[in-house]
Design a protein around this ligand. Structure first.
Ligand code: HEC
Length: 296
């Protein structure tokens, strides 16, 4: 009997010692793509697609993407003064209107590993709504993957979920959340959504796996395994480990696929639209894209 136990234990050790197909990559070897996130003020999709507000709406209709027009040599060409001014930001813009986020990705047969690193500014406008009470988070990092059936998913990124009547927009209802026009969760018209939250002072970190369809739901996702963050002297690194496929509301990913995504970072304890957000980019699993996930 003793012998049997011993050999069972030895067998177990062997299993653990075998090289694992499911381990995070050596990040020092994974290329980093810098993506700028910015304070977008009140520029929901209704604003961006209306010619009277935004001449870019014409190019957008012809098939150009937000990033195609607004990212030049890794920088954003926005008029930040205009974005910080009363018309587009009636409440108050942060001092730092944009900052770079390093994005790295890798995948293996079961998982996607996504790592974002950045130094969040702590200078949100005093008037911006905050989570000063419990639960409070110094920093929150969200990644949205847009399912292929969302109209213009590959061009507009998170703007597909950002509407003029969402809470914290001027004159909007306080309980109205993000949504996708023509949402159909079972039919694939949704955005997948994962978020890491730091907790106060980095303590009590947590993460969630949700989606945005008819409204934003902060749970029910089955793909996110974990999200881990660290704050080293104000420089944050957050790593998401996600199964390639999950359940309803999880974008199914596979080798060779290109997935539209965006990033939103709440700094300085802000909430709602008071984040710095990226334009829409693409993630390729071993395929050509803005961020190429290498096979691990
Ligand atoms: C065909 C090129 C083009 C496309 C595509 C485009 N834009 Fe623009 N965008 C412009 C131009 C030109 C301006 C400045 C003039 C104006 O506002 O009409 C501008 C202005 C803006 C501004 C205001 C700040 C500023 O610099 O004036 C924001 C915010 C903005 N665009 C966001 C977006 C978003 C979000 C998308 C995608 C949903 C997008 N743009 C797509 C060309 C484009």
């Amino acid at each position: 009997m003793f012998d049997i136990r011993l050999s069972a234990a030895a067998g177990l050790l062997l299993v653990f010692a075998a090289p694992s197909a499911n381990a995070a990559p050596d990040w020092s070897k994974v290329p980093k793509r810098d993506i700028q996130v910015f304070h977008a003020g009140v520029t929901p999709i209704e604003w961006a697609t209306k010619k009277a507000n935004h001449s870019g709406s014409v190019g957008l209709r012809k098939g150009e993407s937000c990033a195609g027009c607004h990212e030049e040599k890794g920088a954003l060409n926005f008029d930040m003064k205009r974005l910080a001014d009363k018309e587009l930001e009636p409440v108050g813009a942060p001092k730092t209107m944009s900052f770079p986020v390093g994005v790295q990705a890798a995948y293996d047969k079961d998982h996607l590993y996504l790592r974002v690193s950045f130094k969040p500014p702590a200078d949100a406008a005093a008037a911006a709504p905050r989570e000063d009470k419990d639960p409070k988070h110094d920093v929150k990092v969200a990644v949205m993957f847009l399912n292929g059936k969302v109209p213009e998913a590959d061009k507009v990124g998170c703007w597909a979920t950002c509407h003029a009547d969402a809470r914290s927009m001027p004159d909007a209802k306080p309980d109205k959340k993000k949504y996708v026009t023509g949402a159909n969760l079972a039919g694939g018209v949704f955005a997948d959504y994962i978020q890491w939250k730091s907790g106060a002072g980095g303590k009590g970190a947590l993460f969630l796996d949700g989606h945005v369809a008819a409204e934003r739901v902060n749970k029910d996702g089955k793909a996110l395994v974990k999200a881990e963050g660290e704050n080293k002297g104000g420089a944050y690194t957050v790593t998401f480990t996600r199964k390639l496929t999950g359940g309803e509301g999880d974008v199914a990913m596979g080798e060779g696929q290109v997935i539209p995504f965006g990033i939103a970072i709440h700094t300085d304890k802000t909430v709602y639209r008071f984040h710095h957000v990226s334009l829409g980019y693409t993630l390729g699993l071993g395929a050509k894209a803005d961020v190429v996930a290498a096979k691990n």
